[in-house]
Design a protein around this ligand. Structure first.
Ligand code: ADP
Ligand code: MG
Length: 745
């Protein structure tokens, strides 16, 4: 953080600019040099974090305290075992929830839902109703808790609601706890809900998550039964999402129309010093940033989000935050809430939190690594191999099911991480390639190779590692090293799906993972049930032959080497693995018959619901590219072109002045810039000629058009504009530079 001085204009307490500098850029820079972060807002001695956790959540313990025993038991049973919710308890729960919320200062309640835009939507209603005698009473009925009708007809539905009445309902999701959203002027009781059409079709991201968890549980129970575990304890998928993000000063943000409207920079030459030194990675966290992180964590804690890890990431200005894993449905809601919290808190510190996958070209992008596993209260983590995985038949079965699933549904997994933003990241040599493969590590690869060849007799020992310094203790060594280049890596007791984009809801990836694993478990259970015919002594040989068959069919998905290398791309092609490079290549996977069958067979998405997602995501992709193209044109024409032309004017008059004085000033700079400006003008004309076309009537041709025609035209404008950035006088350049945005903290 640059120390405060009085060089610039005046800055309001929230760090916003209130000066009229010569350009937004110079105003931004002067505002930052005068910025002082809010002083010591938090006092963890006065309020220890233990007390904050869940403070704003109508948690199970809050419910236990406030609900009649029988009502609590019924509710807890639904949450813990997935049993059907008894609607007759709704009135009692609603009353207790209302009292709790009013004690917390709530004036309104909101059904919170998650439309296909990937954002979070809320509709607020007052808790107060007139009583008819001139007074008002706080009211909140079971009906209001269970069901809402937010209209919300403007959310994308991919055709579902056009064909029917435009009614949409929100339905209370009892598995995700209600919470209080604070604002300096009042608080709101927020109730997580599913959002469906009046035909019951899912209009949101939550409903399929819940359905897919149910499918996974059903199939996992069959496998567990084969291993003699018939207690029926709910098998739930678990998710731990690591979120990468950038923080930049708000003043720069407001001086960049591209950041404001597209979330990423559409122009910007590479800075002389980028991330080559890796000096930012895990480095000391700058003060203002740390202050912001502390407040984010505190707010997250109050909302029951178990934030655990924070650190600097590879790029300058880039950071990561990771909560502990939770049940997939809760983790999904919490992830959305965390992104909202990060954005809100950053503003208080005069910064903007960027979650776009690639805000700065040439600088590392941001992903969201979704750690995925499944487990139950009686079996624990089903992907925990233990000390000797070769003897852990149940683990091997679950693990092989995942391997088979990823191999069989590569295209689907690729499509659920496809977005305009993530296209800049996947395959760009700092994020996993667009080719799906699994990293298993040495120990497990060895075990599965043994199984493939006949039978697994041993597990490579994990051993211990000595560092060669006496004062450092020997450490137990993990049985497998890490692999940062793998899109789907086994990391000890879970898989880490690393291709997910930073700005994405994790719902889509989780729905896909839950459902493809359910399908694989179904496949395995069916085979094993047939082979054993109820005779458990036949289980081991049956499993051996099943696993060896799976490894022969799906083993090509396993790759422990460098996913960034050219050799891998060639090798993957030989193995017949898919390499879907862009969203336009990947989204059509949602249309494949095998994918349609998958989702309808397990009642996760009907054919129409799936179709609606394909339509919606294609439309979103096209709209994003369209907005970016318009912005590129606008910024190119109204900011960059004028700056360059002004500079030509300055150069020309300087030349005249020198010549008038009898000297000479060469022509080379002037002519270089003039020819680049000409190139810029033609590139802008070329972009304008293509950017407003739709590229046909179908989603498939429209995404292709955006990808193949509009993006290259945009890139051509940027290329010449970035060259001009290196030629035009710095004081005339209108946009904050990469250097400024990334290094001034
Ligand atoms: P790394 O950076 O080494 O990948 P982190 O500690 O940043 O590790 O994140 C690991 C994530 O994996 C955490 O969110 C953690 O809670 C999560 N995780 C651990 N066990 C499981 C599990 N069984 N299921 C899902 N996620 C898990
Ligand atoms: Mg990780």
């Amino acid at each position: 953080m640059i120390s405060a001085n009085s060089k610039g204009g005046s800055v309001s307490s929230n760090g916003r600019i209130s000066v009229s500098g010569s350009s937004p850029r110079s105003a931004a820079i002067s505002a930052i040099t005068g910025y002082e972060p809010p002083s010591s807002r938090l006092n963890f001695r006065e309020t220890p974090t233990q007390e904050l956790f869940n403070a704003n959540v109508f948690s199970k313990s809050a419910m236990k305290e406030r609900l009649p025993k029988s009502v609590f038991k019924s509710l807890a049973n639904t949450i813990d075992t997935g049993a059907t919710l008894d609607p007759s308890i709704a009135d009692v729960v609603a009353a207790a929830m209302k009292d709790w919320a009013i004690e917390k200062g709530a004036t309104h309640y909101a059904h919170v839902f998650f439309p296909l835009t990937g954002a979070t939507a809320e509709k607020h209603d007052s808790l107060l109703s007139p009583d008819g005698d001139g007074a008002a009473i706080a009211e909140f009925s079971g009906n209001q808790l269970i069901q809402g009708e937010p209209d919300g007809s403007s959310f994308p539905t991919g055709g579902i609601r056009q064909t029917f009445e435009a009614r949409g309902y929100t339905i209370w999701d009892v598995t995700s706890p209600a919470y209080i959203l604070e604002n300096p002027n009042g608080t709101t009781l927020c109730i997580p809900t599913a959002f469906v059409s009046w035909t019951g079709e899912a209009l949101d991201k939550k409903t399929p998550v819940l359905r897919s968890m149910q499918a996974l549980n059903t199939q996992a129970q069959r496998i567990l039964a084969l291993f003699g575990h018939t207690d029926g304890a709910l098998v739930s998928s678990t998710a731990g999402p690591e979120q990468e993000y950038f923080l930049i000063d708000q003043n720069f943000f407001y001086a960049r129309p591209d950041l404001i409207n597209a979330g990423r920079t559409l122009f910007g030459a590479a800075p002389p010093k980028g991330q080559e030194f890796d000096d930012h990675y895990f480095g000391a966290i700058p003060d203002r940033v740390l202050a912001c992180m502390l407040e984010v964590e505190r707010e997250a804690f109050k909302l029951g989000i178990p934030v655990k890890t924070r650190h600097n990431e590879v790029a300058p200005g880039q950071y990561e935050i990771a909560p502990l894993f939770e049940f997939a449905n809760v983790a999904t809601d919490h992830q959305q809430l965390l992104m909202t919290t990060m954005r809100k808190v950053a503003e208080k510190y005069g910064m903007v939190c960027l979650t776009h996958e690639k805000p700065f070209a040439g600088v590392n992008g941001s992903g969201k690594h979704v750690n995925f596993s499944m487990g139950s209260s009686s079996q624990g983590n089903l992907l925990d191999p233990g000390e000797s995985p070769h003897e852990n038949a149940q683990f091997l079965c679950f693990c092989a099911a995942v391997i088979r699933a990823v191999h069989k549904f590569q295209g689907l997994l690729r499509s659920v991480v496809a977005s305009a933003g993530n296209d800049h990241r996947l395959g760009a040599n700092e994020a996993p390639p667009a080719i799906l493969s699994i990293f298993l590590g040495d120990q497990l690869t060895d075990v599965f190779n043994q199984i493939k060849a006949g039978t697994a007799e041993s597990s490579l020992p994990a051993g211990s590692m000595t560092v060669g310094v006496d004062v450092l203790p020997p450490l137990p060594k993990h049985a497998g090293d890490r692999n940062r280049t793998s899109p789907f890596a086994f990391t000890g007791n879970r898989f880490e799906f690393r291709a997910v984009g930073a700005n994405q809801s994790i719902a889509g990836p989780l729905v896909a993972m839950n459902t493809i694993v359910a399908e694989s478990l179904d496949y395995c259970a069916t085979k094993l049930e047939e082979a054993t015919g109820g005779d458990s002594s036949k289980l081991n040989p049956a499993l051996q032959s099943l696993l060896s068959e799976i490894m022969n069919e799906a083993g090509s998905i396993i790759f422990n080497g460098d996913g960034y290398s050219d050799e891998w791309h060639a090798e993957a092609e030989k193995r017949g693995l898919l390499n879907l490079k862009t969203t336009a290549d990947a989204l059509p996977a949602l249309e494949e018959p095998a994918v349609k069958d998958l989702f309808s067979k397990y009642n996760v998405l009907s054919e129409r619901e799936l179709e609606s997602r394909y339509e919606t995501y294609s439309e979103q992709y096209c709209m994003t590219i369209n907005v970016e193209a318009s912005l590129t044109s606008e910024i190119g024409r109204t900011m960059i072109y004028p700056a360059a032309v002004r500079y030509i004017g300055e150069l020309a008059s300087a030349k005249n002045a020198v010549e008038a004085a009898g000297g000479s000033l060469g022509n080379s700079v002037l002519t270089t810039i003039a020819s680049k400006v000409d190139e810029l003008a033609s590139a802008l004309d070329a972009l304008d000629a293509v950017k407003d076309e739709e590229g046909g009537d179908s989603a498939a041709t429209q995404i292709r058009y955006a990808c193949d025609t509009v993006i290259p035209a945009m890139n051509a404008v940027r290329e010449v504009a970035d060259v001009l950035e290196g030629l035009v006088a710095d004081d005339l350049w209108p946009l904050p530079t990469y250097q400024e945005m990334l290094f001034i903290k």
